[in-house]
Design a protein around this ligand. Structure first.
Ligand code: ZN
Length: 86
């Protein structure tokens, strides 16, 4: 009879631990599910800005014209040619 009481106690402890682990897993899943939205907003709001080597104007990196090495950024092909012609 004492053995049965221990078995019930152990079963109860395992059951409590498992339900706690499940709750933790669910919280982690909810956190993961909420994450993908966050970086997309910050990326759209803050595009990296670069400076034209020729005239010094700031513009988004997606509109940059690069020289052959890719190290310098320019606002236009004309300014790249002027800079490289120096
Ligand atoms: Zn320029």
């Amino acid at each position: 009879m004492k053995l049965l009481a221990w078995a019930l106690l152990i079963f109860a402890v395992i059951w409590v631990l498992r339900s706690k682990a499940k709750a933790r897993q669910k919280a982690a899943r909810d956190f993961e599910a909420a994450r993908p939205d966050a970086p997309m907003h910050t990326e759209a709001d803050a595009e990296v800005m670069v400076i034209c080597r020729e005239c010094g104007v700031h513009f988004p990196v997606s509109e940059a014209v690069r020289d052959a090495s890719g190290r310098h950024s320019f606002c236009s092909i004309e300014h790249r040619q002027q800079y490289l012609g120096h």
